[in-house]
Design a binder for this molecule. Structure first.
Ligand SMILES: C[S@@+](CC[C@H](N)C(=O)[O-])C[C@H]1O[C@@H](n2cnc3c(N)ncnc32)[C@H](O)[C@@H]1O
Length: 418
């Protein structure tokens, strides 16, 4: 206890989304202003406000769409890696009551800080609204499964890979429940560390021109593969990439028909390093060719991964509505989230893989095309469809063949439209 008291002297009062809370001073534990040092006694990263705010929106939108299901009276949430507890307290304030939150963390000091933060916000929340647990999240999930205390929502927000938590979380969530999963092991998922990806996910990564989307697809396929042995399947509700992490929200359902549907959404992506041609293909590789149909180079590939939709469009619309009805004082990054959700709502109608316009211009050795809106319009005039992607500001999603896109960019360059 004395040790805790020494640590407590270092706590400062912070504010996020209208909640005052104790945390350690992130400035003292960061060289870059982004990543925090492991020596920080209890994690709190102000930059992750965006992650927490979009999570509040995603869970409230889930509450709305589940109202008609009437499959729960009290919304049960497990914040399995709660750290300072700010996510749990903000969720408790933001979501429609009645709700019951389990705030868990492996770090015992975190629990002490969460307790202090609940006491600091005693006019809003009590220890009977947010129950505290100090366990390895995997054991907590298994325990919940064994006791049949299924949760409607589980939040997984680890340091690094979430791989070891997903299977037990799937067992602890209600059928039709939602799991939010953060992954910060982007070097692994984006193909920079291919052998680590095989080791951690049993999947061949692909360091392509659209590597961040591949990362999302790997995490989704991996989650589906953990669900299938329990006769469960996943429904991707919302997936995004931001700064140094990716995050997916998946719903868990039951049944063989759905598993088969998941398997039809699983497969491989083939990609030509030389000309940027790409194609997705299902799990059956009998018809696959490893030769690029445009330049005959040997194709690279990644998988198995998720080749279906990354989002549920009705749910994304519900998230947008929820966000529009929310105050900026409660959702500080409201503007940024709105921009991202609006882009996401158009992304799913296109085939896997975005086109990075800078990389294509580099490949063609022409000046970099900056007038993205004009390029999108020209693609549409050619009879194809195109939209921006939230993943890369300089990239677009489109069903235009790569050769047509290249001729268009060359034409822009020759006419000096840059
Ligand atoms: C990135 S922080 C979570 C941040 C928090 N969700 C927030 O929004 O501020 C990761 C947390 O997971 C905790 N943790 C690490 N391994 C764990 C495990 N196996 N089970 C439960 N918690 C764990 C760490 O102590 C740390 O507090």
């Amino acid at each position: 206890m004395e040790d805790f008291e020494t640590y407590f002297q270092q706590l400062i009062i912070n504010e996020e989304g209208g909640i005052r809370f104790y945390s350690f001073d992130s400035k003292k534990y960061s060289n870059t202003g982004v990543a925090l040092k492991k020596s920080m006694p209890v994690f709190y990263n102000p930059i992750q406000e965006f992650n927490r705010s979009i999570t509040l929106i995603a869970y409230k939108a889930f509450q709305h769409i589940s109202e008609s299901d009437r499959n729960f009276e009290i919304l049960k949430i497990c914040d399995s890696m709660a750290a300072s507890g700010i996510r749990s307290i903000r969720l408790f304030k933001f979501l429609k009551k009645p709700i019951q939150i389990m705030a868990n963390d492996l770090n015992p000091l975190a629990l002490k800080v969460i307790q202090k933060n609940i006491e600091l916000n005693s006019e809003l929340v009590s220890l009977s609204d947010i129950e505290l647990f100090n366990q390895d999240a995997r054991f907590l999930f298994e325990d919940l499964h064994n006791k049949r205390i299924y949760q409607n929502i589980i939040d997984i927000d680890p340091f690094g890979t979430p791989n070891i938590f997903i299977e037990s979380a799937i067992k602890a969530v209600n059928i039709n429940g939602l799991i939010g999963i953060t992954a910060t092991d982007t070097a692994v998922l984006f193909g920079v560390r291919p052998s680590a990806c095989i080791r951690k996910y049993n999947i061949k990564s692909l360091r392509s021109s659209f590597l961040k989307e591949v990362g999302l697809r790997i995490l989704l396929y991996y989650s589906a593969s953990r669900a299938h042995p329990y006769m469960n399947y996943i429904e991707p509700m919302l997936s995004f990439s931001s700064d140094h992490y990716i995050r997916i929200f998946i719903r868990i359902h039951k049944g063989k028909t759905g598993i088969n549907k998941n398997l039809r959404n699983s497969g491989y992506i083939f990609w030509c390093r030389k000309c940027d041609w790409r194609r997705s293909i299902g799990m059956d590789l009998h018809e696959a060719s490893f030769s690029c149909p445009i330049c005959q180079s040997k194709l690279d590939y990644g998988g198995p991964l998720w080749i279906g939709s990354l989002n549920n469009s009705e749910y994304v619309t519900e998230c947008i509505k929820t966000l529009e009805d929310s105050e900026k004082s409660v959702i500080p990054s409201k503007k940024k989230i709105l921009k991202i959700l609006n882009m996401i709502s158009f992304e799913d109608k296109f085939p896997p893989g975005y086109f990075d316009l800078h990389k294509i211009c580099d490949m063609l050795n022409i000046s970099v095309a900056k007038k993205t809106e004009l390029i999108l319009e020209s693609i549409r005039n050619l009879g194809y469809d195109a939209a921006r992607t939230h993943i890369e500001p300089r990239a677009i999603k489109s069903n235009v063949p790569i050769e047509r896109l290249k001729s268009l960019l060359i034409d822009f360059h020759q006419k000096n439209i840059i």
